[in-house]
Design a protein around this ligand. Structure first.
Ligand SMILES: [Zn+2]
Length: 288
């Protein structure tokens, strides 16, 4: 395996969930060896269980029950966009159940979304209507060039197979004065350094790339995007989701026990603010 940015051989970094994560010795970009066809993998993996606590997925405990907290986090992310663009055509990449499209519509944006999961797409279409949601990966979808004012990618970047080509394509969909906002994990955050292999972003196989500020900025530049502002955000999460993450990607047997005790009780929905700030939110403009 080669580094996407440096075109140099990657080194073995850590082994988790049956997959090797490699790392570039020069720019520190991390990459999972997926060992299978990405398109096929995406079709099979992001099924109903992914959103409903399947223990083999280390994804969401219950995406639908957690909607109020998910929307609260999304609202924070949208607040970074508002000063730049108060209205306009917006595209949400990896829109899942369409919660962000619904939120953006309620704030007056002409919002659209797409997602490769046919289960998620069917949920999103029920919420915001068929014409606003498309099924597919970034490679699949066909929107007109320079047709969006805003592109949003929340917790999507790390799932991409080819982030460089994907960002080039998305960059072309932006109008010349358009903005793109990306939220992803930061491998140089304090939480990542302390938790090491238990860091909740190290979730192969669904997380394929692991960035820090420097290597993500260099990738964006090659896609003709210039990061203008950087933020770190805390997140509202339900106790159920935290325990599910801890028992799966956190590899905690104590969390597994507690999860079993509180599962299906009202405690699962207890909202907690997690100020881990192990993420980076990047607001980028298009370069001429
Ligand atoms: Zn590299």
């Amino acid at each position: 395996m080669q580094c996407l940015l440096c075109i140099k051989p990657l080194e073995k970094y850590l082994y988790k969930n049956g997959y090797w994560i490699y790392r570039c010795p020069i720019c520190h970009l991390g990459q999972t060896d997926l060992k299978k066809n990405y398109k096929q993998f995406v079709k099979e993996f992001y099924s109903k269980g992914y959103y409903e606590g399947d223990p083999t997925r280390s994804a969401y405990a219950d995406y639908e029950l957690d909607k109020p907290l998910i929307v609260r986090n999304m609202s924070k992310l949208l607040s970074f966009v508002v000063p730049k663009k108060k209205t306009g055509r917006l595209l949400d990449v990896g829109c899942a159940f369409g919660y962000f499209v619904e939120l953006a519509l309620s704030r007056g944006y002409d919002a659209y979304g797409f997602d490769p999961s046919s289960f998620a797409v069917s949920q999103a279409r029920k919420l915001v209507g068929k014409k606003r949601i498309t099924e597919g990966t970034i490679g699949d979808v066909a929107y007109p060039t320079a047709s969006f004012d805003i592109i949003t990618m929340f917790d999507v970047f790390e799932h991409l197979e080819d982030p460089l080509n994907d960002m080039k394509k998305l960059s072309a969909l932006l109008k010349p004065d358009g903005v793109i906002i990306i939220a992803t994990g930061d491998t140089r955050s304090l939480a990542a350094k302390i938790m090491k292999r238990r860091w909740t972003f190290f979730i192969p196989p669904q997380h394929i790339f692991f960035f820090d500020r420097e290597n993500v900025a260099s990738l964006l530049k090659r896609a003709k995007l210039r990061p203008g502002a950087w933020y770190r955000v805390g997140k509202w999460l339900s106790l159920g989701y935290i325990l599910h993450l801890a028992r799966t990607t956190g590899e905690s047997s104590a969390a597994q026990l507690i999860y079993k005790l509180v599962n299906k009780t009202i405690l699962m929905r207890l909202p907690l603010y997690v100020p881990m700030k192990d993420n980076m939110v990047i607001l980028a403009n298009k370069l001429p």
